[in-house]
Design a binder for this molecule. Structure first.
Ligand SMILES: NC(=O)c1ccc[n+]([C@@H]2O[C@H](COP(=O)([O-])OP(=O)(O)OC[C@H]3O[C@@H](n4cnc5c(N)ncnc54)[C@H](O)[C@@H]3O)[C@@H](O)[C@H]2O)c1
Ligand SMILES: O=C(O)[C@H](O)COP(=O)(O)O
Length: 388
C-alpha cells in the first residue's frame, strides 16, 4: 500500500485517480510515500525518510522547499497550465473591477439607506463619483508569458486592447501559443512606461521580488491599473499604496490581502481566489495525482520542477529507481553492483537536471537486501527504490 498525506483539500476527482486498493490517503498519516499539497507552507515541516514525491496541485511551488527536497532525492511535481483559465478569467474581472471602480461603487450602493425611491435618488446623485473607462484601445502589459500570461495576453487582444509582453525565458512552445499581435518589450523598464494596465504572471523567486517598486512606479503612465494575481512579494505594496495616494496609480487589484491593502479605497484584494474554481481544482488534482502515481508505481517523471523528464516502458523484471548527485562515475558504480551479482540489465535510462541525476534500470532477477544496501551506500546516491 502506498501512503499519501494531504496537506490541503485536494479535489476528489484527483484522489479518485489513486485506487483505494493500492493507496491509503489521509490528512494525518505516518510514513507517507507522497504528499499532495496546495498552498500550505512546507518550509518548516519535518520531512519523513519515507517521502518520495510531493505533488503540488497548482502552479506555484514557493511554498515548498524545492532545493531541500532535491538534496533528499524527493521529486516535486506541479500541474502546469491546469488552472490557467481560472486565473485568466479572474484577471479579466480584475481589470474591469479596476477601471470601472466596482469595489468602491458597490460599497457606496450598500451604504445607501431609505425607501427605494430615496435609494434611487441617492444612487443617481452619487454615481458620478464612480465613472470609469473602457478596455478597447488601452494597452495591457503582461509580465511573464507562461501558461497564464499568454492566456491573458490573447484574451486582451480579443477585447480590443493593445498588448505588450515581457518574458526573457519564454519557451518555444509558449511562443507558438501566443498571438503574433502581442508586441515584445525588450525590458521591464521599457514595458512599464507604455501601458495603461499591467499584470504579473511570474513565479515568486529572488529575481521577481518587488518587480514593481517606487522607482518603476515613477516610470509609469499616470492612472495605471496594476494587477497581481501571481504572488505576494512581487509588488512592493507600500510603494503602490503611496502611489495611489499620490494619484499616480488608479487602482491596484490583487489576490493577496494584507492589513495595508484590505481596506484601502482603491485596492481590490481578493482572498487568493485565482485557482479556486471547480474546473481548476479538478484539473490540478487529476494532473498531479496521475503524475505522482506514475512516479510511485513506475518511476516515470512528468512535470517535475526539480527532476528530469523520464519515461521508460515497463519490461517484465524488477525496476530500480535511483536518484543521485550529478557527479562523474555514478552510473559505473551503480552498474558494477549489479554486474558483481550477475544481474543482467534489460533496459536502462539515465538523465540529469542541474545537480541531480536519475536512473531507471530494469533487470532480469531481483535485488537482494545486501545489494540494496550496497546501492544505497554509494557516495552521492540520495534514494534507491525497488519497484515490482
Ligand atoms: N492567484 C492564484 O491563485 C494563482 C494561480 C496560479 C498561478 N499563480 C501564480 O502565477 C505564477 C505563474 O503561473 P503560470 O502557470 O503562468 O506559470 P508558468 O511557469 O507557465 O509561467 C511563468 C512565466 O514567467 C516567466 N518569468 C520568470 N521570471 C520572469 C521575469 N523576471 N520576468 C518576466 N517573466 C519571467 C517564465 O519564463 C515563464 O514563462 C505561478 O508561479 C504562481 O505563483 C497564482
Ligand atoms: O500557484 C497556484 O497554483 C495558485 O496560487 C493556487 O493556489 P491554491 O491551490 O492554494 O488555490
Amino acid at each position: 500500500m502506498y501512503k499519501v498525506l494531504t496537506l490541503n483539500n485536494i479535489s476528489l476527482a484527483g484522489l479518485e485517480r489513486l485506487p483505494r486498493d493500492k493507496y491509503e490517503i489521509a490528512s494525518e498519516i505516518g510514513h507517507p510515500d507522497a504528499v499532495l499539497v496546495r498552498s500550505t507552507k512546507m518550509h518548516e515541516m519535518e520531512i519523513p525518510d519515507s517521502l518520495k514525491a510531493i505533488g503540488r496541485a497548482g502552479a506555484g511551488v514557493n511554498n515548498i522547499p524545492v532545493d531541500k527536497m532535491s538534496d533528499q532525492g524527493i521529486a516535486v511535481f506541479n500541474a502546469p497550465g491546469a488552472n490557467a483559465n481560472a486565473v485568466k478569467e479572474l484577471v479579466l474581472a480584475g481589470m474591469l473591477m479596476g477601471c470601472r471602480n466596482i469595489g468602491p461603487a458597490w460599497d457606496f450602493a450598500r451604504s445607501v439607506e431609505g425607501t427605494d425611491a430615496e435609494i434611487n435618488k441617492a444612487v443617481e446623485a452619487g454615481k458620478k463619483n464612480f465613472g470609469g473607462f473602457e478596455l478597447p484601445g488601452r494597452t495591457l502589459g503582461v509580465i511573464g508569458l507562461g501558461a497564464i500570461g499568454r492566456n491573458v495576453a490573447n484574451m486582451a487582444l480579443q477585447l480590443g486592447m493593445r498588448v505588450v509582453g515581457f518574458d526573457p525565458g519564454i519557451t518555444v512552445e509558449g511562443a507558438w501559443q501566443l498571438s503574433s499581435e502581442v508586441e515584445k518589450a525588450g525590458s521591464m523598464d521599457e514595458l512599464v512606461s507604455k501601458v495603461d494596465f499591467i499584470t504579473f504572471h511570474v513565479p515568486l523567486v529572488d529575481a521577481t521580488r518587488n518587480l514593481i517598486n517606487a522607482e518603476r512606479l515613477k516610470m509609469m503612465r499616470d492612472g495605471v491599473v496594476i494587477l497581481n494575481f501571481a504572488r505576494n512579494g512581487i509588488i512592493d505594496d507600500e510603494a503602490v499604496s503611496a502611489a495611489i495616494k499620490a494619484g499616480k496609480v488608479y487602482a491596484y487589484v490583487c489576490d493577496f490581502p494584507s492589513n495595508l491593502l484590505k481596506d484601502h479605497e482603491r485596492v481590490v484584494a481578493l482572498p487568493h481566489l485565482g485557482a479556486s474554481t471547480v474546473e481548476a481544482e479538478e484539473n490540478c488534482a487529476i494532473m498531479v495525482a496521475e503524475q505522482v502515481r506514475d512516479y510511485l508505481e513506475h518511476g516515470n517523471i512528468r512535470n517535475s520542477v526539480n527532476f528530469p523528464e523520464v519515461y521508460m516502458e515497463r519490461t517484465e523484471g524488477q525496476r530500480i529507481a535511483i536518484v543521485n548527485r550529478n557527479e562523474p562515475n555514478m552510473v559505473g558504480q551503480i552498474t558494477s553492483v549489479l554486474a558483481n551479482q550477475n544481474l543482467n540489465i534489460v533496459d536502462m535510462i539515465n538523465k540529469s537536471r542541474g545537480n541531480l541525476a536519475y536512473n531507471l534500470i530494469d533487470i532480469d532477477g531481483n535485488v537482494d537486501d545486501t545489494m540494496y544496501e550496497q546501492l544505497c551506500s554509494i557516495g552521492g546516491v540520495l534514494k534507491v527504490r525497488l519497484i515490482d
